[in-house]
Design a protein around this ligand. Structure first.
Ligand code: ADP
Length: 197
């Protein structure tokens, strides 16, 4: 199973992707997590990545594409994967098509989580509070200023990715405002109705 989970910041991509990982026994490839790990490593590239991620802007395609190309080659991704936060631009989507084509692979489905924009900031602030209460590090981009930039980047660069996959007849839209387990059921139905293997 090869899935992409799409949606604005705070839509629940990470929550649902982690659950899909458990269900199907395939890895969650979160570019956000990979970029935060690169940033934490503190190399010169990592420091630049950190600055961009913390501001809420998108990291350049070539940086993300290199990370994804390497990650998809790892043995645990051979049976499938859940892409969480990637592709985020049409250029990334096209590059992913090429990467998969070269391996004789294709996506099974793209799940888009639809959430009212007015609910997103509240979700992100809630996550920041919960993380702080648990004594965990709060993401530097989970604040109103960076959120504004993330949402603007989503509207300008990522929303067109949905249309790209709709044209390929891969897009399945799920109501991300429903309770987590209801969203989960809808995703499972969408994923299972589209497996091509
Ligand atoms: P969210 O979708 O909730 O904003 P993510 O963890 O997916 O959170 O992404 C956090 C940040 O990481 C983004 O705002 C961006 O700076 C960077 N990022 C993640 N994935 C990509 C990508 N595919 N292309 C460019 N930048 C990315």
């Amino acid at each position: 199973m090869r899935l992409v989970v799409l949606g604005p910041p705070g839509a629940g991509k990470g929550t649902q992707s982690a659950r899909l990982t458990q269900k199907y026994g395939i890895p969650q490839l979160s570019t956000g997590d990979m970029l935060r790990a690169a940033a934490a490593a503190g190399t010169p590239v990592g420091r630049r990545v950190k600055e961009i991620v913390d501001s809420g802007s998108l990291v350049p395609d070539e940086v993300v594409l290199k990370i994804i190309a390497e990650r998809i080659e790892r043995p645990d991704a051979a049976r499938g994967f859940i892409l969480d936060g990637f592709p985020r631009t049409v250029n990334q989507a096209k590059a992913l098509d090429e990467l998969l084509k070269a391996k004789n692979m294709r996506l099974d489905a793209v799940i888009e989580l639809k959430v009212d924009e007015s609910a997103l900031l509240g979700r992100i602030e809630k996550r920041a509070k919960e993380m702080a209460a648990k004594g965990c590090a709060v993401r530097a981009d989970d604040n109103p200023d960076a959120f504004k930039t993330r949402l603007a980047a989503y509207r300008a660069m990522t929303a067109p990715v949905s249309a790209y996959y709709a044209r390929q007849r891969l897009l399945k839209t799920v109501d991300g405002m429903a309770p987590i387990d209801v969203v989960a059921t809808q995703i499972d139905q969408a994923a299972e109705s589209s497996v091509r293997i």
